[in-house]
Design a protein around this ligand. Structure first.
Ligand SMILES: NC(=O)C1=CN([C@@H]2O[C@H](COP(=O)(O)OP(=O)(O)OC[C@H]3O[C@@H](n4cnc5c(N)ncnc54)[C@H](OP(=O)(O)O)[C@@H]3O)[C@@H](O)[C@H]2O)[C@@H](O)CC1
Ligand SMILES: Nc1ncnc2c1ncn2[C@@H]1O[C@H](COP(=O)(O)OP(=O)(O)O)[C@@H](O)[C@H]1O
Length: 513
């Protein structure tokens, strides 16, 4: 399990350990680790011109001390002071190191800074850390364009401009690598910010983990450990029966994909409720499925369902399910059926468009009044949290980084997963996700577990331009040991450079290394 801690918890943990150490020791540890990573990257790339961007807080202090260490090792370093103030002792150390020091504290970029940035092989971003507010300081708005395309950007703690809480998307520097200290923070793993992180390197400077994590990410070992495995005494009913109300005369494929995924994910049995066309196809493709309502342990409702076009049988079965005390997963059209909180576990799986529709219907407001696409894209987890609170359910927001957001009063952390390649951006992969999560709900997994587990499996398995449904089928034939290795087996040669770096980032923190 990867855990991230919010800023107050990080500060409290740092304060507690700092009180036991000599003055400045923690910053020295951070700076030394940072300098070591920078030196390693320089030698890997065979380059040596470094520009260090130095902000006014401790993040700038870390960077300036690291710059002094690099200069002492004979590396060509220039420091650019961009904050309204500068860490005094670190500045003295930098001056002693004899490096070029430029000031760009406000206004237009000085010529010498522009030239230094254009010629840098490595840029260390030490402008803002966990004390930063979202967005770059006014005079640095154009800074990202001044950094050479082929320079390696190493962010200190977090890329400057990002929201440390990871809730809101903002103008920021995009890093190739982020070096953080002892504890991961939400910014490193949240949908609004993870894209700018690059490879995440966690340097241990001796700050112990606080008790409560704000965010978690499941590894393959967590998923393998939680996955329900049939025991000798099990039968199809004890393994869990999933009622599936998906697809329709028009979207027959959604029915096929959700049922196929549930069956191949290991559900005890599927009862499918739907009209003739998808039922006939299912009879051919999934002979083990049974048809019509009956006793089930959980329901999957809505993938490929258009409420205006749904059969009466589907609608009344869905309404009866909603009124029951059984766990339910609502996807796509099914999201429109939920009017009020249920007492039983309820998992919603909207993509961003569906989240906008759902939250708008519930009266969630945007930054300037009515909720817009921009609000949802800018702060997906903030919107999802409001929906989760209003409907007392868990909201899984789909995307390149998927977030599972529980209601606030549950006290549970947010879970985010980013286990799949971008090939998953294809019609039908959400239907497969619904089927896999539905199977886990029916198996009686803790209501919060199916979302990240199902997501992990669906995304990890669809590691190429293969039809996703086939991937789900493949999963059932793959032993759990082999499944565990899949997360590192992405087709790197088919993936763009920036994405490849992100794949490395995932494996970096993955226990299979
Ligand atoms: N604590 C520890 O023991 C350790 C901490 N460590 C390091 O310290 C970092 C945290 O340091 P920090 O608290 O000084 O915050 P940091 O982000 O450097 O500066 C924030 C300052 O910038 C300003 N400002 C903010 N947003 C702005 C904006 N958008 N645009 C313009 N200005 C903005 C704001 O000033 P204000 O405007 O509020 O006056 C604020 O004062 C942490 O990330 C890690 O790298 C390590 O050494 C290990 C030990
Ligand atoms: N760029 C992306 N990178 C990785 N995964 C993605 C990306 N875009 C979408 N996905 C994943 O693909 C699935 C798409 O679901 P959805 O949009 O509901 O598709 P559909 O409704 O066609 O089944 C989700 O699991 C989502 O997390």
């Amino acid at each position: 399990m990867i855990r991230a801690y919010d800023v107050p918890a990080v500060r409290a943990a740092e304060d507690a350990i700092r009180a036991t150490l000599p003055d400045g020791e923690l910053m020295q540890r951070a700076a030394t680790g940072l300098a070591q990573v920078a030196a390693a990257r320089l030698s890997e790339e065979g380059t040596d011109r470094v520009v260090v961007l130095v902000g006014g807080g401790d993040n700038g202090g870390d960077s300036l001390y690291a710059a002094a260490q690099l200069a002492a090792d004979g590396i060509d370093v220039a420091a650019v002071l961009v904050g309204s103030r500068t860490h005094e002792q670190a500045l003295a150390a930098a001056r002693e190191g004899g490096m070029a020091i430029f000031e760009w504290r406000s206004g237009a970029v000085p010529v010498e800074v522009r030239e230094a940035l254009a010629g840098a092989d490595l840029v260390i971003d030490g402008i803002l850390g966990i004390g930063g507010r979202p967005g770059l300081p006014e005079h640095l708005r154009d800074l990202p364009d001044l950094i050479a395309d082929d320079a390696l950007v190493l962010a200190v703690d977090l890329p400057s401009g990002l929201d440390p809480a990871g809730e809101v998307r903002s103008d920021a520097i995009f890093a190739d690598e982020t070096v953080t200290f002892s504890l991961a923070k939400p910014v490193h793993l949240m949908p609004a910010t993870e894209q700018a992180i690059g490879l995440l390197t966690v340097l241990d400077i001796g700050v112990p983990e606080p008790g409560t994590a704000a965010l978690q990410r499941f590894s393959h070992a967590d998923v393998a450990g939680a996955w329900p495995v049939p025991a000798p005494g099990d039968d199809k009913y004890s393994r869990g029966v999933l009622g599936v109300i998906t697809g329709g005369e028009h979207y027959t494929g959604a029915a096929l994909m959700s049922v196929t995924a549930a069956v191949t994910a290991g559900v005890g049995m599927v009862r499918y409720v739907g009209p003739e066309a998808p039922s006939n196809l299912l009879r051919q493709a999934v002979p083990e499925a049974v048809f019509g309502t009956g006793r089930v342990q959980a329901w999957l409702i809505g993938s490929g369902m258009d409420l205006d076009d749904s059969s009466q049988e589907q609608l009344s079965a869905a309404r009866e399910a909603l009124a029951s005390d059984l766990p339910i997963l609502l996807d796509a059209g099914g999201l429109d059926l939920l009017e009020q909180p249920r007492t039983a576990p309820t998992l919603l799986t909207p993509h961003l468009g569906e989240l906008l529709r759902l939250a708008g219907r519930l009266g969630v407001r945007g930054e300037d009044g009515e909720l817009t696409t921009d609000d949802v894209q800018r702060a997906p987890t903030v919107v999802a949290r409001q929906v989760a609170d209003l409907l007392q359910c868990t909201v899984l927001v789909k995307g390149a980084v998927t977030a599972v957001v529980p209601p606030t009063d549950s006290g549970l952390p947010v879970v985010t997963q980013a286990d799949g390649p971008t090939w998953l951006a294809t019609a039908g992969s959400g239907d497969v996700l619904g089927g896999v999560c539905g199977a886990l709900l029916a198996a009686g997994l803790d209501p919060f577990m199916p979302a990240p587990s199902g997501h992990w499996c669906t995304e990890s398995l669809a590691s190429g331009p293969t039809p996703v449904a086939r991937c789900a089928r493949w999963m059932s034939r793959t032993s759990s040991a082999a499944r565990s290795r899949i997360c590192c087996a992405y087709p790197a040669e088919a993936t763009p450079r920036s994405v490849r770096r992100r794949e490395v980032a995932r494996c970096h923190t993955c226990p299979c290394e």
